[in-house]
Design a protein around this ligand. Structure first.
Ligand SMILES: [Zn+2]
Length: 138
C-alpha cells in the first residue's frame, strides 16, 4: 500500500513499501531522512554542473582540437572529453594524456567513455598511432 512520506527536504512523496510491518517501518523511517525524488534529481544536476565547471577550469590551459561528428555526438563527447582530461591532467597523476588530446572523433570518446584511465590512454595511443606514448604494453 502507498504511504505518504514527508522527506527531509519537506516535500511529501508517495512510496509503495513492501515486506513485513517492521521492514516497512524501517524503510519509512529511512525514507524520512532522505530527500524526495525531485530534490534528489535537482541535487544531482547541480553536482554535475559544478563538476563540469570544475573540469572545464582544470583543462582550460589545454589547446583542445574541435571534435568531429554529429551535433549530438559532439555535445556528448565534449562533456566526456572534458571530464576524462580533467582527471588525466590532474597534477597528482603522472598520466600522459598526449594521445587523448589528439583524438577528435566524437564517437571514439563516446565508445570509450567507460574505460579506465590507463585503458583510455592505451586506446588513444592506438587510435592516433603514436608509438610508445603511454608506456603501456598492449
Ligand atoms: Zn524535496
Amino acid at each position: 500500500m502507498e504511504q505518504r512520506i514527508i522527506h527531509a527536504c519537506g516535500h511529501e512523496q508517495g512510496h509503495y513499501l513492501t515486506g513485513f510491518d517492521s521492514q516497512q517501518e524501517r524503510k519509512a523511517k529511512w525514507l524520512k531522512t532522505t530527500t524526495c525524488r525531485d530534490c534528489f534529481v535537482a541535487e544531482k544536476r547541480a553536482e554535475e554542473a559544478a563538476a563540469a565547471a570544475f573540469s572545464s577550469a582544470a583543462i582550460s590551459h589545454l589547446d583542445l582540437p574541435p571534435l568531429a561528428g554529429t551535433d549530438r555526438q559532439i555535445s556528448w563527447a565534449s562533456t566526456i572529453r572534458t571530464k576524462r582530461l580533467a582527471a588525466l591532467t590532474n597534477p597528482d597523476s603522472d598520466a600522459n594524456c598526449y594521445a587523448c588530446l589528439q583524438v577528435t572523433d566524437a564517437k571514439w570518446w563516446i565508445d570509450h567513455r567507460d574505460l579506465t584511465d590507463v585503458d583510455l590512454m592505451a586506446a588513444a595511443a592506438q587510435a592516433t598511432d603514436i608509438p610508445g606514448v603511454t608506456g603501456v604494453t598492449a
